[in-house]
Every structure is written in C-alpha cells, then in structure tokens.
Design a protein around this ligand. Structure first.
Ligand SMILES: [Ca+2]
Ligand SMILES: [Ca+2]
Length: 317
C-alpha cells in the first residue's frame, strides 16, 4: 500500500462528516463577538503531517477574525524540521497548515470547495512564515493579501486578521476548515504525501447594528464619491496632457496611483461591485435568500467610468 492511499484511508468521508457535525457554539461569548469551534482527533496523524486538534473561530467586535488551532507536531520533521539528513545536511520538509474560509456562495476556488480566502502557516528551519490570500475571480487564482498576525505556543497556533482583509462581508455565514500537509521525497525519490483535515465548522457573522448595513452604505457612498471626483480630474488632466500642457503627464501618473488606492478603499467599504449587465440571480442556495439592496455598480468603462450605488437583487447568506 502506498503512503498516499494509507493517508486517504485514514480520511474516509464518514470521519469527516462526524467531525463536521461535532461543531458546537461556545458558551458565554462576549457581547458583540461571535464564534464556533470544531474538534479533530489527536492521533489520526501519527507521523509526518502535524496532527490537528480543536479549532476555535472568533469574530470579534473589533472587526477581526481570530482562529486558534491546537497542533501536535509529528516525527520525523516535527514543526518545520528536517525531513531527513544527507551527510549531515538537513533536507527540510515541505510542510504547511492552511485554513480555508468560504464566505460567499457561488464564488471562490472550485478546487478548494468554494473557499474565498485562505491563511497559510509555513514552518521551516526554525522559522514560521504566515501568508494570507484572497480568491481573485477575474484571474481564477488566489492572490496574496494582508499578512495575518500569527502567534505560536507549545500546543498550537493562533492568527488574527481584519474581516475586510479577508473580504468577509457582514452579514455572512463563514465556513472554515483546516488542512495540514506534508510533502517530501524520501531517500529513494518516492514522494511522501501526508495530510490531516479538520472541520468544517461554520460561524454566523452578524450584520452591523442598525439594519442592513446603513452605516456601511453611507461610508460606501462617500468612497464612491471620492473615486468619481478623481475620475473627473483624470479626464481633465488627460486632455491637458494630450495638448502638451507642462506637468500634466506627471500629475496624471500620480493621480492614477491615488485612484488605485481610492478604488481599493471603496471596494473594501462597498463590497465587490455587481456588474450592471449581469442577469439577477434567480434562486438562492440553501441557507441564503434573495434580497434587494443597494450595491456598487460601475457605469461606463476605463477613464469614463462612474461608480453608482443602485438597488439590485442579490444573494444574501
Ligand atoms: Ca487530527
Ligand atoms: Ca465561496
């Protein structure tokens, strides 16, 4: 039997289902904070891949999400050590623990069960590297995002990121699962491929107080107004640059950079824009509903674009 098939056998779906059902809500959450935890047995990964235990997800009232996962490192590499040594030289293992976050139905990485964001920790040669990434639908791949604040203790790890940095809207149903992976070639050139999976668990991220995001909409309108103002100035500068006005080309370049920042700030506030010519969704997946609410839309393209807030039918979960 190969190593891989042994790993696969250990991860039969029935086990995963049972783990998913073990989800429970913690008692005594702080006011405004919400969370969930899910368990995974210690001992189902006895070697190579770090063994995942319990995971606790907390959405704080400070607009952050924190995830704590208990981990037991396994031999031979333990936590980022050597897969093996050749003449005293350490060959490091390729080891990662990745948290997948799915917050929006009908978008995200199909290969990763619809995940819209992920956080990865890479232990290697006594150092620990943290990475955050968000699904980039336009390019069909994960794009590097804000780096999580990661903390280690002898029994596991914990990381924190802002909801906005992971693209998590309010309200949302956040599904989280964890994958511990180990890959290396042994001395005979055979690929060792081990994994431990935990979850999924799900957390209800409530909407902001005051109804369906009224405060968000006001802030979003302000951000859209800023971007539209920059667009008008860009059109004017472009005409001036075309007519050879001194300094106009330089100002144009600088303002384009400002625009990039303003557009990103606007999208953080407003959420992803809804395409004006996209047909409205006809049905909502289980656990979600169709609602009419103001969304961000782009009218016109390129330098002639105007950003508007318009009511549209969207899926809300
Ligand atoms: Ca485990
Ligand atoms: Ca998704």
């Amino acid at each position: 039997m190969t190593y891989l098939s042994r790993v696969r056998q250990r991860l039969r779906p029935a086990v995963l289902l049972a783990l998913g059902l073990a989800l429970c809500l913690p008692a005594g959450s702080a006011v405004g904070a919400t969370g969930a935890s899910f368990d995974d047995p210690i001992g189902d990964s006895a070697e190579f891949a770090p063994d995942l235990g319990a995971t606790t997800v907390t959405v704080g009232d400070d607009e952050t999400v924190s995830v704590d996962t208990r981990i037991v490192p396994r031999p031979p590499a333990l936590w980022g050590g050597c897969a093996y040594s050749v003449a005293g030289v350490c060959i490091p293992a390729d080891m990662t623990v990745t948290w997948y976050l799915d917050h929006t139905p009908s978008s995200g990485s199909v290969a990763d069960d619809g995940a819209d964001a992920k956080v990865t920790v890479i232990p290697r040669r006594g150092q620990t590297f943290w990475e955050g990434a968000r699904w980039d639908g336009a390019n069909g791949k994960f794009a590097a995002g804000a780096q999580p604040l990661g903390v280690e203790d002898p029994g596991g790890v914990r990381w924190t990121l802002r909801l906005a940095d992971l693209g998590i809207p309010r309200p949302a149903t956040l599904r989280v699962w964890v994958v511990s992976l180990y890959k290396s070639y042994n001395g005979l050139g055979v690929l060792l491929n081990y994994e431990d999976r935990a979850g999924p668990g799900s957390v209800a991220v409530p909407g902001l107080p005051g109804g369906s995001g009224s405060g968000v909409t006001a802030a979003c309108k302000r951000k859209a107004k800023v971007v539209n103002g920059i667009q008008r100035r860009l059109r004017k500068l472009r005409r001036q640059a075309a007519n050879g006005k001194p300094g106009a080309a330089r100002k144009l370049r600088r303002l384009n950079e400002t625009k990039g920042r303003a557009v990103r700030a606007m999208k953080r506030r407003c959420g992803a824009p809804v395409a004006a010519d996209a047909p409205p969704p006809s049905a909502a997946p289980p656990g979600c509903k169709l609602v009419t609410k103001p969304v961000l839309q782009q009218e016109g393209v390129g330098i002639h674009a105007e950003w508007v807030i318009k009511p549209e039918v969207v899926v809300e979960c």
